[in-house]
Design a protein. Sequence first.
Length: 280
Amino acid sequence: MKTVLSPEQRQQLATVLTYCREMGGVDFYRGIDDAHASIVEPISSLPEPTPIPNPVIAEPLPIMPPKSSLLVAPAAIDFSSPAIAPAARAAALEALRQEIGDCTRCQLAFEGRNKIVFGDGDPNAELLFVGEGPGADEDMQGVPFVGRAGQLLNNMIAAMGLDRKRVYIANIVKCRPPKNRVPEPAEANICTQFLFQQIGVVRPKLIVALGSTAATYLLGSKAALSVLRGKMHDCMGTRLIVTYHPAYLLRDPRQKAETWKDLQLAMKYLNLTPPKRSES
Ligand code: SF4
């Protein structure tokens, strides 16, 4: 016998079906024919639909890359395309910073990061330094190379006859790896996409890769630092040299002389002369 529903029951049933459809469960009821309709409980015994809570603005879902040993060669940026006008480069970098936002594109977002360390310096710099990743001081301040290694980098820049404000400084990853570990390839491969865009905006004449992690991801090569030093390389259409990371020089100051040789290579390419020592 067919059950005849009152207008109120129809309205109640419509509400329940809408609720089930929104919850993805409506298909569960398909295929029940008239012969079996009697097994459907009377509408009056159905539980009241649970009120749907007010929508909550969900946090953006983290995008977690698979752990990978993949090493991706740097994406080519066409340096023959029109460069962003020098006056507009600061705004272009700021737009990129906004695009990065409170980034959760790799695992480093979830491993104790305090601040994203975007980059620092002159948007029109001829010389661009790239390190590995932020340390504790950088993570607290949101600025690259501000700790002891940063002080040594400042001294290296001054020895070249430049000022830190005239160069641009960034890292392979923008978030601090826990316990200063080396970034995983998946983390570095994701984050360097932002670095390549920064390089594309600044368009330096020369990039200095500080340490093997920077060299690896900028050149797409796992060759040892000893093999890569002392030569001019090509990175995305611009010139690149490799030298030791200042943090390594703090641990092994004997390599400062070798680093100076690398910096002289850079100075020769950029036509820089070291400042005269003041007579005392
Ligand atoms: S390291 Fe780079 S990609 Fe990973 S969360 Fe930080 S900004 Fe995003």
